[in-house]
Design a protein. Structure first.
Length: 546
């Protein structure tokens, strides 16, 4: 980053919003005095999914934008509200002004500004949730020094008493939680998403919610467990013992959550340091219901307004997997984490489906358009096991399998862990998924098996010949003699002819490759498929052209 010689200027701490949020017109606004962040030393951190950066303004008003990882670029020390940078023998001094990104008001036809859209954002930006006084996003908070004290001295009396006495006010029924109708949570999600979209893109929730049985019950006291059992009986179950649950147990009060809808455990796991993980474990031991308390809001993170970056339904188990922390995964499972909790946040949704997201008051999951190319590096498949597969976390995956996670569960797109391994081009993970019971014949919502999905996406050389790998997994060994072998390949999903009806099978691997839109598809026409195409030509095609 360029600096003018011996210039004293101002330095602003900023957040660089991802490109998907560029559709809004933003301006930089300084924090008020009460919102200042008390920094004692500079520790670069990645705040959520945005990237920290620094903006330096010299005396002539020139702006220089650079990386916030100051330790790599130059030696820097922060003392109170001033930054001292050492470069050779020269010391450069900058004053810090604190900034946040806010949305400009759009002018209406009469020249006045609309104060409705985004009011919630501005309100959130002005008042920091009390949650962040306990643990903030910058490594501080009231609880962190006491955790460090407990770790250093071995005496956790103070932190335990604090957790026991001060945190109950943040939770329903003093930590025992309460049941909330899923329809109410869906309304919150829908309302907050629409607040971020233009009027043309807004979509109301579909369906009917029905009467809210919870209105007739008092949930304070010792009847919480009985109420949950009664609701299960009223809801009923299908033949497999499963139902689309109409109620969700919520522990941390909705109005006391962070800007991304997280509770205190969520804040700790977002940091992911050793001391924060220890605090998260203490919280779960003290209040066991927090282990399954998910992110509720899907709007905000930090004090910044981020379009489509939702993490709704993210659970502590999902967070531990994202952190690549098998020890935390095992701890959470031993303390009752729901192994089948789904994460519906748009951040983990295919990029080309984000604009199609709609809600229904009749279920918790989000409705998506059928057509998708499954693009997006953060499409992780909703389930904890799917997250582990997509992140290529074999240890976390094996732990979840050992705790009876089902590798054949399908996400909203109908994809299993095998489909996701193909999408993310993870050959070793694909083999692990297959070895632990994932079925190669499973079809997603576009009638694609893992094999035909690989053909559809033309994944071969990039993923270490994944297409051939799946072919070998589907093959039956006839005989092996030394280095020679004979295999039989099922043609059901390979050939262009449907074996049962005799009609053309447009979803077969050969059809998807021959009629593929890119030249990469043609690269798959060797080996077995090349031989199959040659036999079909010699047996049928050549004769019909004579």
């Amino acid at each position: 980053m360029p600096f003018l010689s011996k210039v004293i200027g101002s330095l602003q701490l900023l957040i660089r919003i991802p490109p998907s949020a560029a559709g809004f017109d933003y301006s930089w606004q300084p924090y008020n005095e009460a919102a200042k962040i008390g920094l004692k030393e500079w520790n670069p951190v990645h705040i959520g999914f945005a990237t920290p950066c620094v903006l330096v303004i010299d005396e002539e008003g020139h702006e220089y934008l650079g990386s916030a990882d100051l330790k790599e670029e130059f030696a820097t020390t922060v003392i109170k509200d001033e930054v001292f940078r050492l470069e050779g023998s020269a010391i450069y001094k900058f004053k810090i002004t604190y900034c946040s990104r806010t949305k400009k008001k759009k002018k209406m036809g009469n020249g006045e500004s609309s104060g409705t859209e985004g009011d919630g954002v501005r309100k959130q930006g002005k008042s920091t949730p009390k949650l962040y006084q306990l643990v903030d996003m910058y490594g501080g908070g009231e609880l962190i020094p006491w955790m460090k004290h407990a770790k250093k001295t071995g005496d956790s009396t103070i932190i335990d008493e604090f957790i026991e006495t001060k945190l109950k006010e943040f939770m329903y029924n003093s930590g025992k939680g309460k049941m909330v109708a899923v329809a109410e949570l869906v309304r919150i999600r829908n309302r907050e998403r629409n607040a971020m979209l233009s009027a043309l893109k807004r979509k109301k929730g579909k369906g009917k919610s029905g009467p809210n049985i919870l209105d007739e019950f008092r949930q304070e006291g010792e009847n919480q467990g009985d109420l949950k059992k009664a609701l299960k009986l009223l809801e009923g179950e299908d033949k497999r013992g499963k139902s689309e649950w109409k109620y969700r147990e919520v522990t941390w009060k909705l109005e006391e959550r962070g800007l991304m809808g997280e509770n205190l455990v969520g804040v700790c796991l977002l940091q992911g340091t050793a001391i924060h993980n220890q605090l998260a474990m203490k919280l779960i031991k003290a209040y066991p219901k927090l282990v399954n308390d998910i992110f509720i809001s899907e709007d905000y993170y930090g004090n910044f307004y981020i379009n489509y970056y939702y993490t709704e339904s993210l659970s502590p188990l999902h967070q531990a997997i994202i952190n690549e922390d098998p020890a935390m995964v095992l701890f959470l499972l031993r303390h009752g984490a729901d192994i089948n909790q789904r994460c519906y946040g748009a951040f983990f949704c295919p990029d080309d489906q984000k604009s199609s997201r709609t809600d229904s008051l009749e279920h918790e999951y989000v409705d998506l358009s059928l057509k998708t190319a499954y693009n997006g590096r953060m499409y992780f498949g909703e389930y904890p096991l799917s997250f582990a597969a997509c992140i290529n976390q074999a240890d976390c995956y094996r732990i979840l399998i050992a705790k009876h996670a089902d590798p054949n569960r399908k996400d909203t797109n109908g994809n299993t862990v095998l489909h996701l391994a193909v999408i993310h081009e993870l050959s070793e993970m694909l083999k692990l998924c297959y070895d632990t019971g994932a079925q190669l014949q499973s079809m997603n919502n576009q009638n694609l098996t893992p094999l035909t999905l690989a053909a559809h996406l033309a994944k071969k050389e990039i993923s270490d010949e994944m297409f051939e790998q799946i072919l070998k997994l589907e093959a039956n060994v006839i005989w092996i003699y030394g280095d020679a072998s004979s295999y039989a390949y099922p043609l059901a999903k390979l050939d262009t002819i449907n074996q049962e009806t005799g009609e053309l099978n447009d979803d077969s691997a050969l059809s998807l490759i021959v009629y593929g839109e890119t030249t990469k598809h043609l690269q798959l026409l060797d080996g077995l498929l090349g031989d199959l195409l040659k036999v079909k030509w010699e047996s049928f095609g050549r004769k019909s052209n004579n």
